[in-house]
Write a protein that binds this ligand. Structure first.
Ligand code: AMP
Ligand code: MG
Length: 446
């Protein structure tokens, strides 16, 4: 399907109608499946999505153990003990963590234990060292101990399997591997996890004016910021960026770079050159390496966003599997704020789907009160750059303040924003005090 159609009579290209955001996003997500799974070490699994459920072969804790430094004993032996009338027991042994007990508790005796120590046989409670006359810490084991407080049966004992039981399912497929889930995987003895492969994303910036950051600008240069922000957004979305560098506004050059990207990546993102100017060569370049499927969506900023597909030639890069998906092509408008916002609303959901996430956007929406009036283009859904802050004086508990100028070239307002306020197509302006949904962006995501 090509929605950028040539007018048959004079060869001029007529602009296709603006697509609704949902229609465009549905088309972009259609047929996108999670990438194949691979085993990775725990260190490499953070942020990935589990490709199969995780079961445990061990219980946690694996055996009954002490929750305190203290004395393992029989609760019946210390019934009624108090500071005024302590009960004295003979200390017949000691169990540090990591050692198996070599002796059991018998009536009238206690065994010194440390946190995490395996409970010695015969004991049914632990009295913390604080409730005895024994010295704390690593002092030599006393021969006797005066117990200053009684203990209920089971006191300060962590029971085998009270956390998870051997044979149990501990994580379903499809969850994101977080630091806490890594703790659970490691605690149950898993050294590797089966997770979906990270999407590889080739990033290209197009434009005659572009100069890499750190190089002198010359008379009419602009520092390329888009390939830097895009690579960072790709990484923050859990995918792997590959920089294709810069291309001039020349069809041959853009086509050659796109082909490089198609050969090595699951997705190619080009910034710039998707408008209607004479130098905007990216859409035609999509047609040359694959297909241009859609162009122009009713959003602000980012209206000229383009999307297409390309097939990877057999034997070229990738996994080479027979069910390999087509490479996805995104052409994002070059204004830095448009690039950022269109990545957020169109590209990120597709990347998350490739990475195996069930929730494509993975973003929280917070309803907040605008603290100033706003205006926008009619007929397009706007994503205003805002600062979202808790505010107990507002009905929803949150206020949203424009983070600066709303032009699509204003990078300082983007840098200051921690949210995108969503204003519907049919609304042209909103008064101060109006409620908006704000997409919460993660600042400083690694
Ligand atoms: P374009 O989408 O090519 O029409 O570019 C729109 C605006 O974005 C122009 O002012 C460009 O100079 C600027 N621009 C394009 N690409 C980049 C880039 N990679 N980094 C920073 N600004 C860019
Ligand atoms: Mg340009």
């Amino acid at each position: 399907m090509s929605r950028a159609h040539a007018d048959a009579s004079n060869g001029a290209v007529a602009d296709p109608p603006l697509l609704r955001l949902e229609e465009a996003r549905a088309h972009m997500l259609a047929g996108v499946r999670a990438l194949p799974a691979e085993w990775v070490t725990l260190e490499r699994a953070l942020g990935r999505v589990l490709a199969e459920p995780l079961d445990t072969q061990v219980s946690l804790p694996p055996w009954d153990n002490s929750a305190m430094d203290g004395f393992a004993l029989r609760a019946a032996d210390v019934s009624g003990a108090s500071l005024g009338e302590p009960i004295v027991l003979e200390v017949i042994g000691e169990v540090p963590a990591g050692h198996a007990p070599d002796v059991g508790v018998t009536p009238g005796t206690a065994i010194r234990v440390f946190t995490g120590a395996l409970m010695p046989p015969g004991a049914d409670a632990v009295v913390p060292v604080e409730d005895t006359d024994a010295p704390r810490g690593l002092a030599a084991r006393p021969d006797r101990v005066a117990i200053h407080q009684g203990a209920a049966t089971g006191a300060h004992i962590r029971l085998a399997g009270e956390d998870v039981r051997a044979g149990e399912r501990i994580l379903p497929a499809g969850v994101t591997v977080s630091p806490a889930r890594l703790a659970l995987a490691a605690a149950t003895g898993h050294g590797e996890l089966l997770v979906h492969r990270r999407p590889r994303v080739a990033v290209l910036a197009t434009g005659d004016e572009l100069v890499p950051a750190g190089r002198p600008l010359g008379a009419a240069g602009i520092h390329d910021s888009n390939s830097v922000s895009l690579a960072a957004q790709v990484r923050a979305a859990g995918a792997k960026p590959v920089r294709l560098g810069l291309a001039r506004d020349r069809s041959e050059e853009v086509v050659a770079r796109l082909r490089e990207g198609v050969a090595i990546a699951d997705m190619v993102i080009a910034s710039g050159g998707v408008s209607v100017g004479a130098h905007d060569v990216v859409k035609d370049a999509f047609g040359a390496v694959g297909t241009l499927d859609l162009w122009r969506v009713a959003v602000q900023p980012g209206k000229p966003v383009a999307f297409g597909h390309a097939k990877r030639a057999r034997g070229q890069g990738g996994d080479g599997g027979s069910d390999e998906q087509a490479v996805l092509l995104f052409g994002l408008p070059g204004n830095p704020v448009s690039t950022f916002v269109t990545f957020e609303i169109f590209v990120r959901p597709v990347l998350r789907r490739l990475a195996g996430h069930a929730d494509a956007t993975g973003r929280m929406l917070i309803r907040a009160e605008l603290v100033e009036p706003i205006t926008k283009s009619p007929g397009r859904r706007a994503f205003l750059r805002v600062r979202l802050e808790p505010d107990p004086d507002r009905a929803t508990g949150w206020r949203a303040t424009l983070s600066g100028g709303q032009g699509s070239h204003v990078i300082s307002a983007l840098a200051e924003a921690n949210g995108l306020a969503v204003v519907p197509e049919e609304v042209d302006s909103l008064p101060s005090g109006a409620l908006v949904d704000v997409v919460v962006l993660d600042e400083g995501a690694s």
